[in-house]
Design a protein around this ligand. Sequence first.
Ligand code: ZN
Length: 375
Amino acid sequence: MAALDHAAPTVTALQAPWLRRAWEPLRALRGRDAHAILLHGAAGIGKKALALEFAAALLCEQPRADGTACGACSGCRLHAAGNHPDLRVVVPDSLARLRPLPASEGADEDAPVPAAEGGADEAGGERKEKRASREILIEQVRALFDFAHVATHRGGLRAIVVAPAEALNAPAANALLKLLEEPAPGTVFVLASDALDQVLPTIRSRCSLLRVPAPTWDEAQAWLAQQGVADAAEALAANGGAPWPALDAGEEAEAAAQLRQLFVGLLAQGPRLSAEEVAARVPRTLDTGSALRVLARWGWDLAAAQSAGVVRYHRTHAAAILRLASTASLAAVVRWLDEISRHQRSAKHPLNARLVLEAAMFGYLDLWRESQARS
Ligand SMILES: [Zn+2]
């Protein structure tokens, strides 16, 4: 079962003022004992994050006066770790691994990553990589039947988040309908949808509907800036005014910048760089494509420095690149660039990410070994 994404949101949805406006109506629905709530509204405004926040509040063992999760009790800690046994989050496989797991404060980097239900072995991971479905499939919903009909682990409610609800394919939607028609006591469903008209009408009619308001442009921009997105206006415009994808893009850009800095720092050492340092500093998981692109650009700079005395990509490191270029052979650099592009073609498999990068970095060290051997 690779369908359950336990990853908790990295951003507190209720810090977004427009989502905060939906909180009281959401609580009121729950106060009227709604057992299935369908959040709908514009795409990319954070409905799924709100659904997860609401689920956190339902599972919180000491909620605050305003009904929000306390963030400190055992239930909240399990939720934050993406590990609450009474929560299921059902998303299409194609979205399940989109966000990295949150690096909670003080978390041990070596702590086991909460696996998807049923264990995500390597073969399963590979399968998922190849055929990640954009639909929510019937197996994912069937897996909820047992979950919904055994006693809860922590004696409280049980929450099921389904997003986006329009991604349920027909068999999955019909299976979910059965669950909604005969709700197990203590079970709360929170569905989110960008496209209400694409949700099975019988599912819609079983749910209490709540429209989540969209932010104003200024509100979304101010919120993005608060979250640390460098150019909030630009990020928002690039994502058509949708703050959540803009935030994701900002986080990706930040991660890419850190990766670039790390590799440039290693590459700039040239022959002084040791294999031990490469092994110690190449991260265990990384975006192979971005990292290889950094290496390739560094290689092109070396080659251009050797052949024409110019540095195009890493101008702030021009002096170091010109110095390094004077001690490695052009033929060796060109061979290394070939090696990089070979890795780029075969680097689709994320499990090999670190091996690929280490191999490419060791190849870089050989640039000087060859010229030293010859001289
Ligand atoms: Zn709590």
